[in-house]
Design a protein around this ligand. Structure first.
Ligand SMILES: [Zn+2]
Length: 120
């Protein structure tokens, strides 16, 4: 088992928490001593660290090893699936928006064509 320890900023930036990442084979475990993290929640510190956000580090730390561990872990595949789904969701939302504005334009055009109240 290999362990890496990091000091990360709290959300208000005034204090720091400790995040410990452990690797056992391809299995990763990550703990954080913030309020959410200490009850086992997936806190922003664990998330930020495993996403390679160096800005979250309160003290100098090297994320290179951890990022390699993440890539080899089942967590990474799941995170990739989410990123793919989010990107597909954005594309679908853009298509939906385009389709809605086409419908609006068509309705407007139709209303002008058939409205007998409009005098020319
Ligand atoms: Zn935390």
């Amino acid at each position: 088992m290999t362990t890496n320890e990091f000091s990360v900023y709290s959300s208000d930036g005034t204090s720091a928490y400790t995040v410990v990442v452990k690797r056992n084979g391809n299995e990763l475990s990550v703990v954080c001593d913030c309020k959410a993290g200490s009850i086992g929640d997936w806190c922003r510190h664990k998330n930020g660290l495993l996403n390679g956000e160096e800005a979250i580090l309160a003290a100098k730390g090297n994320l290179t090893d951890v990022l390699q561990w993440v890539k080899a872990s089942p967590v990474y595949a799941a995170m990739s699936d989410i990123l793919t789904a989010e990107s597909q969701q954005k594309e679908a939302e853009a298509l939906l928006k385009k389709a809605k504005s086409k419908v609006q334009a068509a309705k407007r055009a139709a209303a002008n064509l058939v409205n007998p109240l409009v005098k020319k």
